[in-house]
Ligand binder design. Structure first.
Ligand code: PLP
Length: 418
């Protein structure tokens, strides 16, 4: 199909060309004396993404799932009790992993489309006077339902109960995209992957660990080999890895961090919020609803859009992909068929998103969902224009110095045109 594929799943996200170019490198010796100049600064700079001064960043050749495993296996022992809310497919999978690793999980089930129930964490922690709960698992942004939850709230719950459990946060679809504050929120293990806000291919899992999390490493008896913090720390201290790292991914990460710092993290968050609000305006104009039940839970990185009863979200996704070359996110597990998702994170702008909204609109009409042509596009456009700063040409990027002015060229004399 001519033209570009429109990638609007909530990860992997679009990789900017300059990151792709930075990754296009010949292989090098990862034990050379020059290697630490690449690896060393990455650990330091990555901490800025997590907003931590005192945490230690780890980089594993893995994905978000590997980062979950690293956080659990380096800090806990078989039979340890942990508490976790289940309110979407990713929070479900993290719980499943914890159980398969031999942990006892107190599950707080909530409706899919609601946020993590902070008040129920609060009650459970306050009731646990013997401090049997060793860790609190919390999914900041549930990508399956497009729901963002209150990490600061769960930290308050721990503090109010004077509970020493470790706070582990899945930030796979929030870190580097939505405001995330590891130190301020007292997060002990923050988990992410490379294919979302970092705009890289999947393949790097990152975990940032607080001093308290690192202190629990010696007592933790769960088996870990590939994900061992100890082996990693020892090698990282001199700028190396305990096994062969992926060089293109490390070069890509260096460029990705440069891209993020050039825009400024706060500007990235604000851009994602604007893009999300425009998408939400489109959903409203279509007469449809989000899976996220209340505005306080609306995610700025992904909108999960419910299709009307009697329609199949998977069909919308299939038509969008095969007919318009637009990749939309699927409904996962119990949400299969009930919704489609638009990812609005990473390297994108209003016009790109208008393309996705237009494509979703066309695919919905193709399967018979009654939406007014152009309604979503119009609403998003209206939102973005009406909330933009008034146009001041001095704010625009400068023209190239030798560019021609835009004034119309002088007309040739009338005689010469005859
Ligand atoms: N957690 C969340 C919130 C996710 O969105 C994902 C993947 O989309 C994961 C965990 C799993 O990450 P990965 O697919 O990189 O292993």
């Amino acid at each position: 199909m001519p033209g570009r594929n429109f990638l609007f799943v909530p990860g992997p996200t679009n990789t900017p060309d300059r990151i792709l170019r930075a990754m296009h490198v010949a292989m090098e010796d990862h034990r050379s004396s020059a290697f630490p100049t690449l690896a060393g600064p990455l650990f330091r700079d990555l901490r800025k993404i997590f907003k931590t001064e005192s945490g230690q960043a780890f980089i594993f050749p893995a994905s978000g799932t590997g980062s979950w495993e690293a956080s659990l296996s380096n800090t806990l022992s078989p039979g340890d009790r942990v508490i976790a809310a289940r309110f979407g497919q990713f929070s479900h999978l993290w719980i499943d992993m914890a159980q398969r690793l031999g942990l006892k999980v107190d599950i707080l089930d909530a409706e899919w489309g609601e946020g993590a129930p902070v008040e129920r964490y609060h009650e459970a922690l306050a009731a646990d006077k013997a401090h049997e709960i060793k860790a609190v698992l919390f999914t900041h942004n549930e990508t399956a339902t497009g729901v963002t939850s209150d990490v600061a709230g769960v930290r308050r719950a721990l503090n109010d109960a004077r509970h020493p459990a470790l706070l582990m946060v899945d930030g796979v679809s929030s870190i580097a995209s939505i405001d995330f504050r590891m130190d301020e929120w007292g997060v002990d293990l923050a988990v992410t992957g490379s294919q979302k806000g970092l705009m890289l291919p999947a393949g790097l899992g990152s975990v940032c660990a607080s001093k308290k999390a690192l202190a629990s490493y010696d007592q933790a008896k769960l088996a870990r080999i590939f994900f061992d913090f100890g082996d990693m720390s020892k090698a990282n201290a001199t700028g190396y890895f305990p096994y062969t790292p992926s060089l293109p991914m490390l070069y890509g990460l260096r460029e990705s961090l440069a891209v993020l710092f050039e825009e400024g993290l706060e500007n990235v968050f604000a851009r994602h919020h604007r893009l999300a609000e425009g998408t939400r305006a489109a959903v409203k104009a279509w007469g449809l609803s989000l899976c996220a039940k209340e505005p306080k839970w609306h995610s700025d990185t992904v909108s999960a859009i419910l299709v009307p009863p009697g329609f199949n979200g998977a069909e919308v996704i299939d038509i969008a992909y095969r007919r318009y070359d637009l990749a939309l996110g699927a409904g996962l597990a119990r949400m299969a068929g009930k919704l489609f998702r638009i990812g609005h994170l990473g390297d994108l702008n209003e016009l790109m998103l208008l393309g996705a909204i237009a494509g979703a609109e066309m695919a919905m009409r193709d399967v018979g969902i009654k939406v007014t042509p152009g309604s979503g596009v119009g609403a998003a456009e209206e939102y973005w224009r009406s909330t933009a700063k008034p146009l001041d040409k001095r704010d625009l990027p400068p023209r190239a110095p030798d560019a021609q002015p835009t004034a119309p060229a002088a007309r040739p004399p009338v005689a010469a045109t005859r």
